[in-house]
Design a protein around this ligand. Sequence first.
Ligand SMILES: NC(=O)c1ccc[n+]([C@@H]2O[C@H](COP(=O)([O-])OP(=O)(O)OC[C@H]3O[C@@H](n4cnc5c(N)ncnc54)[C@H](OP(=O)(O)O)[C@@H]3O)[C@@H](O)[C@H]2O)c1
Length: 221
Amino acid sequence: MRIGIIGAGAMARALGGGWAAAGHEVVIGARSRVAADELAASIGHGARGESIGAAAEFGAVVLLALPVSALDEVLGEIGGSLAGRTVIDCTNAFLPDAAAPEGVLAFVLSEDAVAARIAATVPDAHVVKAFNVCAAEVWESESRVFENSRLAVPICGDNADAVRQVAVLAEDLELQPISAGGLHRAKYLEATSVFTVGLWFAGADARAIFPPLAAAFAVAD
Ligand SMILES: NC(=O)c1ccc[n+]([C@@H]2O[C@H](COP(=O)([O-])OP(=O)(O)OC[C@H]3O[C@@H](n4cnc5c(N)ncnc54)[C@H](OP(=O)(O)O)[C@@H]3O)[C@@H](O)[C@H]2O)c1
């Protein structure tokens, strides 16, 4: 697949690096061409650096690896070239939780539905929410199976082909895609992320709050 990545930070490195190694054509677009070139060089496997606009033009799939605060500006620049493309939103609108006890790092969301806002801004793009729950270091790691269960990527999107593309990209990172419904549900994925990451930062094993499926009594009465 031709993948354009907007941003040259931790998520661009983790996901772009994995996809390039899996044989995808990756172009990194950043406002600093030097940063884009440096990341592409460190990723290797034919990845190359470009401008933000050129990376967006290149990708059949475009990953927005940006802070939420940059989305308006960047989508204003590239929105016109995203029509008909799969746009992966991995963003988290985290803010420090001002109400957290002193010394405890916790987060709240600065807005409730970033993916829905992106879709409203670029209505002709096929926006898919994915890869926002775990840290970049996790996506970059070689560890994929924990307690006999392959690490999963919940995916929310309205366009079936775009969701399938993102599922394939998850599988190419040796992750387990989980179809998690339409884009209207992406806000729950965003809430899941801030809640879960908050537990992790507080030192709790968030994984321990979930029983395995077989013990979850997930049957309608
Ligand atoms: N890191 C994680 O563990 C993780 C996990 C899940 C989700 N996420 C989410 O993924 C997104 C990217 O995170 P990240 O960790 O990759 O961030 P990062 O390492 O800080 O990289 C952000 C990238 O965005 C660029 N950028 C910032 N403002 C910009 C603007 N106004 N216009 C153009 N480019 C701009 C930065 O360029 P400059 O260097 O020029 O500023 C940098 O290349 C965020 O929304 C984050 O919440 C991160």
